[in-house]
Write a protein that binds this ligand. Structure first.
Ligand code: SF4
Length: 343
């Protein structure tokens, strides 16, 4: 094993948590996944034989690269002029924990994760949701874009017509990732425009991929009711989010997670929906076509595959920076006072 590879193995063995890394040296391209394989990382090959690495296979399509295979959990791949070398940095590690939320929301639908199309899995989640909750309604509408595939599956399974009643404005970002409530509320309003004639006097099933804080969904229900929808039923293509993610997905802490602090009926009332239905944990896993043991589902079931210190939350760097700034400001003030005294 060469110098860089050896250093990398030793370093990665000291790091716990979720990561997929792509590193470039002068002569090598290196990819690595954590031993649980929380995040995806794929190897592709271009027409001229060059290897490429990507966290989503959709990026391979864009450059006409052929998918070769996924980097395995715990694997380091070193690509150089001699080709591709593989090292398993954690040969004894068995427990895999791919983030199931990648299938629900995070990955692009045109990606393939662990050999399963995200588009197909999301549709299967929608079909499963319809099997689990039989709602009498006139139309099924998605919350675009992430609810589209599940809503298609829901409509297919239930036989209720599918309509794209909400039209997405593509020039604003993901609302739950925005830093402040003010920006989130504004984004909710500008993000989707409703074609009112499609929902007026109708019983509507609106399919969303998840409810995190609940503010976005509540606003959607209000928009539908203001437009004259007779009934609004909310169907969510994943189970309730009960716990924060400590592996890189920017959920709020437990105090702000709607489902962690309220019953399903309390959430329904808050949303002002006529009914509210979540996909079961078993149904979500079944839709992936894989075994539960393959996944991390901690934000749903609370079983964190890698132990973490709750004091080391995601804001620790920001807090340290503020502390350093405050200390720096205090030192600057002190220096200023000292120089004033000297004057
Ligand atoms: S806690 Fe949830 S979002 Fe985070 S890695 Fe696990 S499944 Fe994914």
């Amino acid at each position: 094993m060469g110098g860089v590879a050896n250093s990398l193995v030793q370093t990665l063995r000291r790091i716990e948590g979720a990561y997929s890394l792509v590193i470039m040296t002068e002569k090598e391209l290196i990819g690595a996944r954590d031993p649980h394989g929380f995040r995806p990382l794929s190897i592709g090959r271009t027409a001229n034989g060059a290897y490429v690495l990507s966290s989503e296979t959709t990026a391979l399509d864009l450059i006409h690269a052929q998918f070769v295979r996924d980097v395995a959990p715990g694997e380091i791949v070193i690509i150089n002029e001699k080709g591709l070398t593989s090292i398993q940095a954690f040969p004894a590690h068995r427990r895999h924990a791919f983030c199931i939320f990648e299938y629900v929301y995070f990955a692009r639908p045109d990606s393939v994760l662990n050999g399963h199309s995200v588009y197909e899995v999301r549709k299967a989640m929608g079909r499963q949701l319809a099997r689990e909750h039989n709602v009498q309604a006139d139309i099924v509408i998605p919350v675009p874009d992430s609810g589209v595939c599940a809503a298609m599956g829901y409509a297919e399974q239930s036989g209720i017509p599918y309509e794209m009643a909400f039209i997405r404005n593509h020039y604003v970002g993901r609302s739950f990732l925005q830093p402040t409530q003010l920006i989130r509320d504004f984004n909710v309003r500008v993000k989707l425009n409703l074609i009112e004639s499609l929902v007026k006097d109708k019983r509507v099933v609106i399919v969303d991929d998840s409810i995190v804080r609940g503010t976005t969904c509540r606003s959607r229900v209000k928009t539908l009711k203001d437009a004259g929808a007779r009934e609004v039923h909310v169907a969510v293509s994943c189970p309730p989010h009960m716990n924060p993610c400590v592996y890189g997905i920017d959920f709020p802490d437990r105090s702000k997670l709607m489902a962690a602090n309220n019953t399903v009926d309390e959430i329904r009332k808050y949303l002002n929906a006529d009914s509210l239905h979540y996909l079961s944990q078993e149904g979500m896993v079944a839709a992936t076509g894989q075994k539960k043991e393959a996944f991390c589902m901690a934000c749903y079931d609370g079983n964190y595959p890698v132990a973490y210190d709750p004091l080391l939350d995601k804001h620790i760097i920001e807090r340290r920076r503020k502390q350093t700034q405050t200390l720096g400001e205090a030192a600057a003030n002190e220096n200023e006072q000292i120089s004033l005294l000297q004057v």
